[in-house]
Design a binder for this molecule. Structure first.
Ligand code: NDP
Length: 454
């Protein structure tokens, strides 16, 4: 085991070259854990952190498919089976042109700690492809998904590895993937979560990540005797997480003034109401259109196109109380973090995975604002995926109320674990340390129990 975080990171970088997002995720965790490792020599002796940073298995494969013009296309598929100490590998599939090995390793690494925090028996994994679903016909998306599953089926199973959705993978894609698996294996089992209601899906799974991020924010506010009622909120993204974050904020009396996609963002000073949210959901989930159309439909909202030459994202430069980054990694840079704080934002609950750059996180922590990192705040999605697995095993389905209550209970438990662990290890209010340490301890102790092969 290395003597310092810097030496440890040198080793990680040498072993995993050209994977900056993976290095970023590991560094944050290593910094949180170092004081723990210094106090607990058994973890160092068993090289637990070195083992956690090495995936148990990486599967990388060719995904050939035929487009609507009859031309053959070739994409690259991945599944990172990171850690199975606590249960079957669990984590989403991402379809986006930016997908590469390093991005999926960072996501799989984060997933291990997140899943540990959920209190449910799940290991960590992640997968996906550089396939871009944008602008593709349903037929092309189906053709890709079927080819992807033609390889993936060998590696997954209800007790082995159970993928779900992530960026670019929603109900449509899960349906095509599940259909192909069932055809190949002649078997109807819960090998994916986020399934349709008629074929084993859980109520509240589509809503879970967004709802969970809002429940987490509510828990953080509760530590200061406050609620979300009347709070102005900045939300980024316009997909699954952003939509249900907006819905739950409306339920709890918050006001959402921004939404975005990769083409730009809208600022709606009057707030996104239920009718506007229904428009957004139809626009994004059915018509698969662009956020710009929101401002065409509601002219009081202002659309600002993405300008890559700017050193900041203007979405984060509005007066508000809360921010819910719900698009993608590193979407809040240092300037954005500064702008958020300067504009009065004091609650940040991350729906996306690692949306804030490390120096931005430092700003939030130094300012003492309520900052809920993704691996705690967005764990609602995988939690309800875990509940979907339980329902599939029981061959039962629970009511909406029952699943929502369990989700709320889990988000409360995650908040409590992160809050209390931060305090116990001498950094009160630091949810980053709290989540990293609490997530780690359970996995580490289990790995010790299971001996040196894991
Ligand atoms: P969706 O594909 O439904 O939506 C993603 C949204 O983010 C879209 O509006 C998309 O815009 C935008 N976006 C994606 N990549 C970029 C980019 N590189 N630059 C700018 N905008 C971008 O995905 P989800 O809502 O499911 O996921 C959003 C985030 O939440 C991700 O970080 C994901 O890992 C995380 N997450 C998701 C969970 C889930 O259950 N779905 C669970 C936990 C975390 P466009 O359409 O133009 O690309």
């Amino acid at each position: 085991m290395a003597e310092s975080v810097a030496a440890f990171m040198d080793m990680i970088k040498a072993k995993n070259p050209a994977e900056p997002e993976f290095h970023q995720a590991v560094l944050e965790v290593a910094e949180s854990l170092w004081p723990v490792l210094e106090k607990r020599p058994e973890y160092r002796k068993a090289k637990i952190l070195d083992r956690i940073c090495e995936p148990e298995r990486v599967i990388m494969f060719r995904v050939p498919w035929v487009d609507d013009k009859g031309e053959v296309q070739v994409n690259r598929g991945f599944r990172i089976e990171m850690n199975s100490a606590l249960g079957p590998y669990k984590g989403g599939l991402r379809l986006h042109p930016s997908v590469n090995l390093g991005i999926l390793k960072f996501l799989a690494f984060e997933q291990v700690f997140k899943n540990s925090l959920t209190t449910l028996p799940m290991g960590g994994g992640k997968g996906g492809s550089d396939f871009d679903p944008k602008g593709k016909s349903d037929n092309e998306v189906m053709s890709f998904c079927q080819s992807f599953m033609l390889e993936l089926f060998r590696h997954i199973g209800p007790n082995t590895d159970v993928p779900a959705g992530d960026i670019g993978v929603g109900g449509r894609e899960i349906g095509y993937l599940f259909g192909m698996y069932k055809k190949i294996k002649n078997e109807f089992t819960g090998i994916l979560t986020g399934k349709g209601r008629n074929w084993g899906g859980s109520l509240i799974r589509p809503e879970a990540t967004g709802y969970g991020a809002v429940y987490f924010a509510a828990e953080m506010l509760n530590t200061r005797g406050e609620t979300l009622k009347g709070k102005t909120c900045l939300v980024s993204g316009g997909g699954n997480v952003a939509q249900y974050t907006t819905e739950k904020l409306l339920d709890l009396g918050g006001k959402v003034v921004t939404l975005s996609d990769s083409g730009g963002y809208i600022y709606d000073e009057e707030g996104v109401d239920r009718e506007k949210l229904a428009f957004l959901m139809d626009l994004k989930n059915v018509r698969r259109g662009r956020i710009k159309e929101y401002a065409e439909k509601y002219p009081k909202a202002v659309f600002t196109p993405t300008d890559k030459s700017l050193d900041h994202n203007p979405l984060w430069n509005h007066k508000a109380d809360c921010a819910f980054p719900s698009a993608t990694q590193n979407e809040i840079n240092v300037k954005d973090a500064q702008n958020l704080v300067n504009n009065g934002v004091y609650v940040i609950s991350e729906g996306a995975n690692m949306p804030t750059v490390p120096k931005g996180v430092e700003i939030f922590i130094d300012k003492g604002i309520l900052y809920g990192p993704g691996k705690a705040a967005n764990a609602g999605g995988v939690s309800v995926s875990g509940l979907e697995m339980s329902q599939n095993s029981l061959r039962l389905s629970w009511t909406r109320e029952e699943v929502d209550q369990r989700l709320q209970g889990i988000m409360k438990a995650i908040h409590k674990a992160a809050y209390e662990t931060a305090e116990e290890f001498g950094t009160p209010g630091n949810y980053v340390n709290g989540a990293n340490i609490a997530g780690f301890l359970k996995v580490a102790d289990t790995m010790l129990d299971m001996g040196s092969v894991g």
